[in-house]
Structure formats: structure tokens, C-alpha cells
Design a protein around this ligand. Structure first.
Ligand code: AMP
Length: 145
């Protein structure tokens, strides 16, 4: 059976690291560093309004000669955010990430933010799924089919 987003979240645990659109980019970078992650969700109250990744900082702040302490997150975050629901498969997530060229996918159900999958989570889940399939096939072959 195909691994779903829900399976991965259950293993890794939910919990979302977020910042407000009015935070400074500097504070958001601190949040990234403290949590050892590459992107944060931007929440305005309960509403998901954007996503900010290290790439946004590199391209929208450093290259444009702006200062991270004077730039609010809302000015450089990406919006709208592409999300997945928990029933989707990790193959679908990988296809989305490859197609859209980003490495993070928030998981939403009934307007509730359940977690975020990174490309690392997705690659690990795909490798685990393939290893399991190979093991099953080897057992099948060893048993004489
Ligand atoms: P990443 O590869 O995730 O570091 O992000 C690359 C670019 O895509 C950055 O501009 C991010 O803000 C943006 N981005 C990342 N994830 C998403 C997403 N799920 N939906 C929309 N944009 C995103």
C-alpha cells in the first residue's frame, strides 16, 4: 500500500513552526536556525498566509541589498502556499515538489494545519517504502513464488 502524508506525519509527529507576517526577517531566520529547519509557515492568527524559506532570504533580502532587521516577513514570503491533504501519497508530494521546485509542503485538513513535510521527510518515506517492497519481493522469490 502506498505511504500517505498521514503515515509520515504520524511517524514524525505533527507540530508546526510558524512566524507572524509582521515579524522581521531577522527573527524568522533565528527561528529557522533554532529549529534547524529551512522554511517557516507564516500565520496571521490561525490563517496560513505564506511560507518563508532560506531561498527567499537569499534572493529577496541579500541580493536586493535589504536589511533583515528592517524587512518584515510579509514583504518577502511566498503566497499563495501549495498544500497537501493527509490522504495524498508521498509519490504525489514528490511530484509536486519536483514540478514546482520547492522543498516544503504544509499539510491541511478542514482548514486545520497539521504539519509540514520537507523534501527530506518525503525522500526518507519513499526509500523506506521501496526497501519494504524489495524485502517483500525477496521473501516471495525465496519462497519459490
Ligand atoms: P524551498 O525549496 O522550500 O526552500 O522554497 C523555494 C521557494 O518556494 C521559496 O520562494 C519558498 O517561499 C517557496 N515555497 C516553498 N514551499 C512552498 C509551498 N508549499 N507553496 C508555495 N511556495 C513554496
Amino acid at each position: 500500500m502506498a505511504t500517505t502524508v498521514y503515515d509520515v506525519l504520524r511517524r514524525k509527529g505533527s507540530g508546526v513552526i510558524a512566524v507572524s507576517p509582521e515579524s522581521t526577517v531577522f527573527d524568522a531566520l533565528h527561528t529557522l536556525a533554532e529549529n534547524n529547519i529551512g522554511a517557516v509557515i507564516v500565520l496571521d492568527g490561525p490563517r496560513l498566509v505564506g511560507i518563508l524559506s532560506e531561498r527567499d532570504y537569499a534572493r529577496q533580502v541579500i541580493l536586493k541589498g535589504k536589511a533583515s532587521k528592517d524587512t518584515p516577513v510579509r514583504e518577502i514570503m511566498t503566497t499563495p502556499v501549495v498544500c497537501v491533504d493527509p490522504e495524498q501519497t508521498i509519490e504525489e508530494c514528490m511530484a509536486l515538489m519536483t514540478d514546482k521546485r520547492f522543498r516544503h509542503l504544509p499539510v491541511i485538513t478542514d482548514d486545520r494545519l497539521l504539519g509540514v513535510l520537507s523534501i527530506g521527510d518525503v525522500v526518507k518515506a519513499l526509500l523506506d517504502e521501496q526497501a519494504f517492497r524489495i524485502e517483500q519481493l525477496e521473501m516471495y522469490i525465496a519462497s519459490g513464488g
